[in-house]
Design a protein around this ligand. Structure first.
Ligand SMILES: Cc1cc2nc3c(=O)[nH]c(=O)nc-3n(C[C@H](O)[C@H](O)[C@H](O)COP(=O)(O)O)c2cc1C
Length: 187
């Protein structure tokens, strides 16, 4: 049986491991499309959370080219962000008509490769129930990411009409940061 000092020593070693694990700095790319700022509100907090533990997070927003209307399925994009420089990625966008936004769908279809990248997904929706488009949009995003060789490590859904909207935004930012922390280096 371990004495009190030995237990303290073991705990100390675990704490050192945890600290050195945290010292692995990731370059994280956050690619979003946010028409009214809901998705953006989550990733703004996420950038702060990631910076607080020493990661470099870069926010890149998709910009449609030419005529754009909400609900468009094929959306030509200006200078689509290159995922290559990042260790891990977050993709975020809204539900539109029960599906993942056309801008994000168009981006993920044209992105050259996500091979070996860990990806966390964020979906924003109006209705307060994830089954009204949120779950379907996450599944779509996951399939598009996997088709390009990426590995989805988890997701968050936020709801504009939720009574806990502000709390949800904060929780999603914490959850996404934790997803990127877990299993670092695991491919
Ligand atoms: C054309 C269109 C279709 C939408 N369809 C849905 C839907 O099917 N389900 C839902 O919950 N919200 C739907 N919404 C609401 C958006 O998902 C919601 O407002 C979201 O918070 C927007 O996020 P953003 O500001 O980051 O773009 C729709 C919005 C638009 C403009």
């Amino acid at each position: 049986m371990l004495g009190a000092l030995e237990v303290a020593a073991v705990s100390g070693t675990q704490a050192q491991h945890a600290q050195s694990f945290r010292r692995i700095k990731l370059k994280i790319g956050i690619v979003i499309f946010s028409r009214t700022g809901h998705t953006l509100s989550v990733v703004t907090k996420l950038v702060e959370n990631l910076a607080a533990v020493g990661h470099t997070a870069t926010l890149e927003q998709l910009k449609p080219v030419g005529r754009f209307a909400p609900g468009m399925r094929e959306v030509p994009l200006e200078a689509p962000p290159d995922p290559a420089p990042y260790d891990a990625l977050v993709f975020g966008a809204a539900v539109e008509g029960g599906m993942l936004s056309g801008a994000m769908t168009s981006y993920l279809k044209q992105v050259p490769s996500l091979q070996g990248k860990r990806v966390a997904c964020l979906v924003a929706q109006g209705f307060p129930f994830s089954s009204w488009g949120g779950v379907q949009s996450v599944a779509q995003m996951k399939a598009l990411v996997e088709a390009k060789g990426g590995r989805v490590v988890g997701s968050s859904i936020v709801h504009r009409m939720s009574l806990r909207r502000a709390r949800e935004v904060a929780e999603a930012a914490e959850h996404l940061a934790a997803l990127l922390e877990v299993g670092q280096g695991a491919g």
